[in-house]
Design a protein. Sequence first.
Length: 142
Amino acid sequence: MVETFQADKKSLSPIAGENKLLHFRDEYIPLISMRALFKLPPEPKEEGFAGSLIAIVENGGQKVGLVVDELYGQQQVVIKSLEVNFKPIEGFAGATILGDGSVALILDVTGIIKRGLSAEVAHSANTRNGGLQAVPDRENVA
């Protein structure tokens, strides 16, 4: 994770009427809503992503903003692979058991980008950045 912050309306850039790009430190970064990605109902207050918590992550030179509900902090954990213990699930690297006994899933940034980043949004961000970021192949994008 590179950085987290709360988005304001000025920093959001629309594509086809939806706020799918974030203008952040002289770059346009595509946004992925974790609620939409995992098919959860939207928050009643959601009007685009203004006021939302954004976690900027980077993988292979590709920066993406993950729109999240909440961050619980940072911990050192032992990750158990889902692939070895269950089956591969794109977007998840594994799981861990927290100190209170609850299970936490560990996200895989590469898988999240593949599942959630549309080629249209990636291309738009790349064009606005002057062609500086890698754009995922269309067949690899969900």
